[in-house]
Ligand binder design. Sequence first.
Ligand code: HEM
Length: 104
Amino acid sequence: MRGFYDTLFAHPPTRAVFREGERPLREKTLRDWYLRTVAGPFNGQYFAWQALVGLVHVRRGVTNAMMASMWNWLTEQVAQRAHEALPPEEARAWKGPGGGSPSP
Ligand code: HEM
């Protein structure tokens, strides 16, 4: 959560989206989103919520490029941490998502 918002707060155009004092609340909603996303279930309620999550970002002026960049940041973090958690021989054998190597 810290890395996600450190990235957004370090870049003036994404920093400008946030209101004063909002960060703790945003870290909580992102954590809740992540836990539900990895735990499931992927049902109608989940996807209706994702439609709402999309709309709240549009309303706050978050661009598709900002969303796509942070989505990429998130999946790279998950891949890297999953890779680090593997036993050494499995880590060596793993080619990473899509067959490439994860970032060193
Ligand atoms: C992988 C990308 C992202 C995910 C998964 C994500 C997830 C979420 C979630 C779950 C919420 C709460 C929605 C609700 O009310 O239920 C939220 C709100 C918010 N997010 Fe994100 N977010 C992402 C990217 C971004 C980016 C790139 C920005 C800013 C540059 C951003 C700024 C905000 C703001 C300002 C809100 C509060 C919206 C409001 O209630 O007015 N998010 N986000």
